[in-house]
Design a protein around this ligand. Structure first.
Ligand code: FMN
Length: 400
């Protein structure tokens, strides 16, 4: 079946191994999220995992038969791995990691792992004492040296009541690792600067003007670049989002001037700059040193903040330059003008007043404006919008 370019996981067959750890219950959520992304999931359970979650739960979640016995269907250890695009072991016990690292095949899951030719993602989960055990660490290193992809574990409170490293990675991190494993690394060795979120322009130490940008679009673009193997520098205004794993640099800024300074610092090494941030366009001329008194009459004359996109557009030698144009109304004309006036290579237009599109929602409706064409897209998730955008950017960057 044809792969859908905007949905990385669509039509992929994922073979999920669930092993005997407390985090096994999380596999229901993992399966549901993978299916939401368009993947088909087949589960292999170890005998130990059935103490933590029932095969019926995983059968209902996946909509597929759950496998466990090596001998029930004698060819399943070959057929299941032959039909899979990717294997994921989540949670992965110390035991399965030890078996995998040493080529032991004594049940259906460990046998399928050995017969599988594609990429394997493991999400280790265990008590910190087990995780830090040097023999376990040697096993883990061995797997990584063979190209196995590890996601997590995180630090935090563990099921046994102790604190430490060993919690299974968040499901969203596991999904991101799966997407990355299935993505074409066509941006490897490319350096991409991405700006995201709003900026704050201060009136005094406690008051500022800003805008409704959440950073969701820029962070989605950063994840899409990371999946394709790029070195990503994310320069973010204030945002409550978790920074993606694997960034080369993560720079937190507050004001448009700080954002400009950070962009220009990294500019000489960049192949592309994607300006998904919504810097405040206006700033009060000066920031009061102390909190202004309520009784003071406030008359503020705003000045324009630095225009980062134009600043880069004017450079003689500059990276591939993508701007965003968030407009209220169907003002494609303004976005077209922006492309020319700012000397950008592409403008991503979105109408922030249309339903489900723009600030602080998980969806967006974008039109890509290039010099020689315009491509409108339907309403889609910001992750999908980032994928279609990167599909186009990657074509340009391959030629540079
Ligand atoms: C209550 C309980 C919780 C356990 N949790 C974990 C765990 O989180 N991680 C782990 O590696 N082993 C854990 N174990 C040990 C495994 O279940 C045991 O090593 C088992 O042999 C793993 O088999 P499997 O890898 O075939 O699933 C736990 C055992 C018990 C009794």
């Amino acid at each position: 079946m044809a792969k859908d370019k905007k949905k990385v996981l669509k039509n992929n067959n994922i073979l999920l191994g669930v092993t005997g750890g407390v985090a096994a219950y999380k596999s229901v959520d993992l399966i549901r999220r993978l299916k939401d992304e368009g993947a088909s999931v087949t589960v292999i359970m170890t005998d130990a995992s059935k103490n933590f979650i029932t095969p019926l739960s995983l059968e209902i979640a996946s909509g597929n038969k759950v496998y466990s016995s090596l001998f029930e269907d004698p060819m399943s250890h070959i057929a299941l791995s032959r039909n899979a695009d990717l294997m994921v072991i989540a949670p992965a016990t110390a035991n399965i990691i030890g078996k995998f690292a040493n080529g032991i095949a004594d049940d259906l899951l460990s046998t399928c792992i050995l017969s599988f030719k594609g990429k394997v993602v493991i999400a280790p989960a265990m008590n910190w004492r087990m995780y830090e055990n040097p023999i376990f660490q040697e096993n883990l290193k061995r797997l990584i040296s063979h190209g196995v992809i590890q996601v997590g574990p995180d630090k935090g409170s563990l099921a046994c009541g102790e604190e430490g490293i060993g919690r299974m990675a968040d499901i969203s991190e596991v999904i991101e690792a799966i997407k990355s494993a299935l993505s074409n690394k066509d941006l490897s060795k490319k350096k991409v600067i991405i700006t995201a979120g709003p900026t704050r322009e201060y009136l005094d130490p406690v008051r500022f003007i800003s805008n409704r940008s959440s950073g969701k679009m820029g962070y989605a673009v950063a994840r899409a670049c990371l999946r394709r193997g790029a070195d990503v520098i994310l320069i973010s205004g204030p945002s409550s989002l978790q920074s993606p794993q694997g960034l080369k640099s993560f720079v937190k800024v507050e004001t448009a001037q700080e954002m400009r300074d950070a962009v220009f610092k990294y500019l000489p090494e960049a192949d592309a700059v994607i300006m998904a941030a919504a810097p405040a366009d206006f700033s009060p001329g000066k920031k009061e040193k102390t909190k202004m008194d309520k009784s003071e009459k406030l008359l503020v004359k705003f000045k324009n903040t630095p225009d980062i996109l134009s600043g880069i557009g004017r450079l003689k030698r500059r990276p591939f330059l993508i701007g965003f144009a968030a407009e209220t109304g169907d003002r494609l004309d303004k976005a077209r003008k922006k492309l020319i006036q700012k000397n950008a290579d592409m403008i991503v237009f979105n109408n922030v007043s249309s339903a489900g599109s723009g600030f602080d929602v998980d969806t967006n409706k974008i039109t890509l404006i290039e010099r020689d064409r315009e491509t409108p897209f339907p309403l889609m998730s910001k992750d999908e919008a980032a994928e279609v955008l990167l599909e186009v950017i990657a074509k340009y960057l391959r030629k540079r």
